[in-house]
Structure formats: C-alpha cells, structure tokens
Design a protein around this ligand. Structure first.
Ligand code: MN
Length: 385
C-alpha cells in the first residue's frame, strides 16, 4: 500500500474509466472498485489538476484494463469546498480482463436456465373465475343534478360492458367461469314502473319492453365476453326484491338463447339460493333480502350437506345493500358487493352513500379464493377508449 497525492496516472485512470463507462460515474466508479463519492471527488481533483479537460471528460476511446486497484483515499478540501489535496491508497488487484475470462469460464460450465413452461392447461382446470354482478337496476333513471350521477339504459350498458371487458381481460384463463347476477338486475317488475312485491312506484328511464331489450343485449355481451376467455360459462340470475318476476323469465330467456351452446349453462332453478361447487370450494349466491347473513351458513350446510362436508372453503356472495361488507362466520365467509349503478333519488335522499365497483374473483379447487380484480366506475372512460 502506498499513500500519495493524486498522480497523473491516477487522474488518467479516472478519465479512462469514465470514457469506458460512456460517462456514467456510477459504472466508472464500480469498474475501479471504489464508491461513487470517492470517484467523484477524485474526478474533481483530476479536472482541477488538469489531467482531465472539463470539455472532453466524457469523450475518448476504450483503453486497456489496469491492474492498479484503488483501495482508499483521503481528501483535503479548502474553505470553498473544493478539493485541495488528495491521497490515494492503491493495492495490487486482479486484471479486469483476466477476471472477465474467469467469470466466462464459470458460466461456460453452467447449463442455461430453461424458460418455465406455462402450465396453462393444467392450471386452468384448477381455477374458476366468478363475475358477481351487483344490483344493476336496469331501467332505473337517475338525474345527476338531483343525485350526483346520471343513469339510464345506455349508461347501464356502458358500465356493465366496460367492467366486464376489463375484468375478463385481467382474469386468468380459467376453464370455468360463473356470471352471477346477485339480484335486482331489473329495477321494476311491471309496466306500471313498480316492483311486484311491494308495489313501490319507481323512477324509470324508459318503457318496460325497451328496458328488457337493453338488459338482454348487455347480458348477452357480458356472456360472450366471458366466452372469449373461459371454456365453460355458468350463468345464474338470483331473484331480487325488485325483480321477483323479471329474474325468473330472464333465466328462462337466457337458457333458451344459449340452449345450443354447450359452453354455456344457465341456471333456471327458481330457488332463492344457488350453489356452485369447485373442488373443495363451495360458493353460495343469493340476493340477501331474505335470510340474514348470520343465518346463511346454516342454510348452506343444510341445502348442501354433502358439499359442505367435502369442502373447506365456503363463501356466500350477496347483493341488495349496495355496499361492501365481509363477515366471517364459522365455516363460511359472507360478502356483499357494491354496485355499478348510482343511487336513484330515493336512495340519495335516504342518505345511502357507497363506492361503485365490480369485482371478479378467482377460486382454486384446493385453496379457495386466491385473487380478485376490481373495476371502479371511474375506469369506464379508459376501458371504452
Ligand atoms: Mn335489493
């Protein structure tokens, strides 16, 4: 080891390292085995001492590697913070060219890493992707000046189709998919703009037949979107408190529409509760207007006693309250979802305020829910663009 001020050789070494690195101080410093700060201060000294011309400091030809490896340095600064004097300690180092040859030899005897094959086919059959559609209230009219957001059959379609396109794009190519209407797909249940259950008169955007046409069209787009990614698509439309009748004929209509398509299965059971089993995963679907959350795990265990015993991951997916909530009960995780549709005037006045989104959830045969993707209504314009 020898301590000395910055020699011409050391200055030129700095210059060469910088030229070889293409002007990158970090790379140049590393090539000389020193940290960047040391390199920078030595570079400043070299410039100050005239070994490096400031205007040419980043221009030059590649040079031969050197064996002088700097080990440490001490710098004396003047009152202005400029480098006044510098001592550099060097030690014998390996010639980088020799070192490079040694590294090459090491890797020459190493087998190249083979790209990992995407076990798509095997992987896909393990997964099921679920697209729960929260209360979409097709046919509802909402006026932004009154409620903060506009809503009509066109906006209903744009929202649902945008959400589905985004979610399908993000979803894995699972073999199975479930499109689960969680109820209240329709806003009204008769031509008098009322629900059939309670006779409440509601704000509607259009005539009932026009609502039906728009709703079927958007659901057809949603199903066909899912078919671009998933081999088997199951569709279920839970009965809500707004569409006691509408949900029934909707299931029947979709079943007829896809009767010739072996890849689509539409559930036509008039039950309030629907179940899908996927390996050791069991998912229940219901609107949520009947059967309190704390009662549903018992409902599932009775309705699907054998499935209950053979599964380990159980879920209830529900709608109705237009807000997100997850509760874990013994043996089952209950969840209720937000919706894409905005509040109508009644809900706005009643003080309901929730975010608006749609999820797609991926379930594994052995491990239950493993991932999910969320579409926020604010993403609609981006997806449409
Ligand atoms: Mn409802």
């Amino acid at each position: 080891m020898a301590a000395h001020s910055l020699t011409r050789e050391a200055g030129l070494q700095i210059k060469e390292a910088l030229e070889k690195s293409g002007g990158n101080f970090t790379i140049a410093a590393h090539s000389l085995g020193m940290n960047r700060n040391t390199f920078c201060s030595r570079h400043a000294s070299a410039v100050r001492l005239g070994f490096i011309e400031p205007q040419n400091q980043r221009i030059g030809l590649p040079v031969q590697p050197t064996v002088g490896i700097p080990a440490a340095s001490s710098t004396l600064y003047d009152a202005d913070g400029l480098v006044k004097l510098q001592w550099i300690k060097t030690k014998e180092g390996r010639d980088p060219a020799v070192w490079a040859e040694q590294v090459k030899e090491v890797f020459a005897n190493t087998a190249p890493i083979k790209p990992v094959a995407l076990r798509r086919h095997h992987c896909n059959s393990q997964l099921l992707t679920c697209y729960p559609i929260g209360d979409h209230h097709v046919g509802m009219y909402s006026w932004a000046e009154e409620t903060g957001n506009d809503y009509d059959i066109e906006i209903a379609e744009q929202l649902l189709v945008s959400a589905m396109r985004h979610l399908v794009e993000q979803a894995p190519a699972s073999e199975r998919a479930v499109i689960a209407g969680l109820g209240d797909f329709w806003h009204v249940d008769n031509t008098k703009a009322e629900t059939s259950r309670s006779g409440n008169h509601l704000d509607v955007h259009t005539r009932y037949p026009n609502m039906v046409r728009a709703g079927l069209k958007m659901l057809r787009t949603v199903i066909e979107c899912a078919l671009t990614k998933h081999k088997h698509v199951r569709v279920l439309c839970a009965v809500g408190n707004h569409d006691d009748i509408g949900a029934i004929w909707l299931s029947q209509a979709l079943n007829l529409l896809y009767s010739a398509n072996e890849r689509v299965e539409v559930e036509t059971s008039p039950s309030k509760f629907h179940y899908v089993r996927h390996g050791r995963t069991l998912i229940g679907f219901t609107h949520g207007d009947t059967g309190k959350p704390e009662k549903l795990h018992a409902v599932m265990s009775v309705d699907r006693a054998q499935d209950w015993g053979e599964t380990r991951h159980r879920y209830w997916l529900t709608g109705h309250v237009h807000t997100r909530k997850v509760i874990e009960f013994p043996g089952v995780l209950w969840e209720t979802f937000r919706v894409l549709s905005p509040n109508d005037a009644w809900a706005t006045a009643a003080g309901y305020r929730s975010g608006r989104d749609m999820h797609c959830i991926v379930y594994h045969k052995e491990h239950g829910e493993i991932s999910r993707t969320r579409f926020d209504v604010s993403m609609m314009q981006e997806v449409a663009a």
